[in-house]
Design a binder for this molecule. Structure first.
Ligand code: G4P
Length: 527
């Protein structure tokens, strides 16, 4: 019984946004409300500033922070909340995609003035593909921004999400009076002109309550009434099942900087957000309430200290309990491993934990056993699905600059690829190594880390590749043989030995797809 209660009280989610929309501020405010930190400013931003793209100390600083903020856990109204941090910088988008495989829901932060931005679109697309329950928080209402209804339209159109507003701003920017909470049927008002502090909260029975007019004035009240009618006419009523199925997305308004709408967001979140969900493995569906432990690695973090080469593998617990000093099966390597000091994360502190439950994240010290996507179980041979590699957007040959250090270079490349920093492809024709990344910044990161952590030097050489496609085909078919013959210059193998076609332009990709119709071209490694 206690086991089931522990599962039920967990909420594991991620906050995603375009940089600068207010993800760090919101995270911090949630921790403040949860009593996990005492003062603002405690959570450091892990974003790499634009001006610092070639500043490696900045990259290291960011890596340091991202260990500390990988998982931020706190208790709020008896719920154990796990926030999984996602990097804001677009060059690290693949990290975010992988973290999204470990969340049960997400909150998307949108800047009221900027609306839906590029990075939000990309990240929400991944959430939509997986039907991850999504709440939208529109931030910075203390500033002048877009009209609430225009924004709701923009979200529906650009993000292809069905929305239902659960709160509504009264005024905005200079004229911002507060938030009408449709969910709880109350109003939170700003208390002063500087818009710095939260004022009183007003609870009322109906929109005609005289307290309301006194508080916001007749003009605002009339507008509010009209807007509420519009909401009722245009938007579907909130429906928990539709939200949990990823088909309806609640929208709330507020200002993270001014603590406005945060408590409301948190209250709404713990009431509606899903507890740990079942997860598909290649063999079967695994339910959280199964007694036997299972989990998977969604992130690996290398030690910042080059003298200690151990790494921290982040495991999301899917079912059963994870216990310290208990042997578990590393399914890919088919060997048992025991962990004497698994870490749990509380606010920003790491602690050794004896027992963890589904929904929790444990950090396991690893000396090179784990790769992203690995499954760990009590003994059953299952493999969790859902951590694909995406086709990289930048490609370069990687060369060894110091022939005396070729072993160090291979080891370094191997380990960095296991961490998911980039993808390695080996050309079929001549065995040359090619690195593919989501962002250009990763090439600098790899070069820097190879030198500082492995003592190896590499150089890059440009290659014209537009996209990598994973090929699925009947290996005996004549068209596959023909494809391999004609395209041999463009074929490579990824780290798992899967065949990859490196097309040099979108035109040639289209031509090849048209010519070899019975081959399948996949843009992710999992199909
Ligand atoms: P990110 O993690 O999504 O990148 O955003 P972050 O929280 O770092 O916020 C980006 C900027 O927006 C910060 O200002 C932050 O103070 C500001 N901000 C966040 N929420 C609100 C809000 O509700 N209202 C207003 N007006 N501003 C908000 P900065 O000047 O870039 O940084 P800082 O010097 O304040 O830390």
């Amino acid at each position: 019984m206690e086991f089931l209660n522990e599962i039920k009280r967990r909420r594991t989610f991620g906050i995603i946004s375009h940089p600068d929309a207010g993800k760090t501020t919101l995270t911090e405010k949630l921790l403040l409300f949860g009593g996990a930190i005492q003062e603002a400013g405690a959570v450091k931003s892990n974003k790499i500033k634009k001006s610092a793209t070639s500043d490696f100390m900045e990259i290291e600083r960011q890596r340091g922070i991202s260990v500390a903020t990988s998982v931020l856990a706190f208790i709020y109204r008896d719920k154990k909340i796990n926030i999984l941090d996602t990097p804001g910088h677009k060059d690290f988008a693949e990290d975010t995609f992988r973290t999204l495989t470990a969340v049960d829901s997400v909150i998307v932060v949108i800047d009221v003035a900027k609306g839906v931005e590029e990075q939000t679109e990309k990240l929400v697309e991944v959430c939509r593909m997986r039907n991850i329950p999504t709440i939208i928080f529109i931030n910075k209402l203390d500033r002048e921004g877009k009209d609430a209804f225009d924004l709701l339209d923009e979200i529906e159109q650009k993000l292809d999400l069905k929305v239902t507003p659960l709160s509504l701003p009264i005024g905005m920017g200079y004229d911002f009076k507060g938030i009408f909470n449709i969910w709880e049927q109350n109003i939170q008002l700003f208390s002063d002109e500087q818009k710095q502090t939260i004022g009183k909260k007003l609870t009322f029975n109906s929109i005609s309550d005289s307290k309301l007019e006194k508080a916001i004035g007749s003009a605002h009240l009339e507008l509010l009434k009209e807007e509420l009618e519009l909401i009722e006419a245009v938007y579907p009523k909130f429906n928990k099942k539709a939200y949990l199925d990823g088909k309806l997305n609640p929208v709330l308004f507020g200002s993270a900087l001014n603590n406005f709408g945060i408590e409301e967001l948190l209250n709404c979140f713990i009431e509606i957000a899903p507890e740990p969900l079942p997860k598909v493995s290649e063999e079967r569906m695994v339910n959280p309430d199964e007694k036997k432990f299972s989990g998977f690695v969604f992130k690996i973090h290398a030690n910042m200290d080059p003298n200690h080469r151990d790494r921290l593998a982040f495991v999301k617990i899917v079912s059963g309990t994870f216990e310290r000093n208990t042997p578990y099966l590393h399914v890919r390597q088919n060997k048992k491993l025991k962990f004497s000091s698994p870490n749990t994360f509380f606010a920003e502190k790491k602690e050794i934990v004896d027992v963890s439950f589904p929904g929790d994240i444990v950090g396991l010290h690893d000396t090179g056993n784990f790769k992203i996507g690995d499954t760990l179980t009590s003994g059953e041979k299952i493999k969790f699905k859902g951590i694909p590699s995406f086709s990289p957007e930048h490609f370069r040959y990687i060369n060894n600059k110091d022939p005396m250090k070729s072993k160090q270079l291979s080891k370094g490349i191997d380990q960095l690829m296991d961490e998911g920093v980039a993808q390695l492809f080996i050309l079929n024709l001549n065995g040359r190594k090619l690195i593919g990344t989501v962002g250009a910044l990763q090439f600098d990161v790899i070069q820097y880390r190879l030198l500082h952590e492995y003592g190896a030097q590499c150089s890059y050489e440009n290659i014209n590749v537009y996209k990598a496609c994973w090929i699925e085909a009947d290996e005996k078919s004549s068209s596959f043989k023909e494809f391999k013959r004609v395209k041999q210059k463009f074929l490579a193998y990824d780290k798992k030995g899967q065949l990859v076609f490196l097309s040099d332009s979108s035109f040639s990709l289209q031509m090849t797809q048209d010519k070899f119709k019975d081959l399948q071209f996949h843009f992710t490694s999992e199909f």
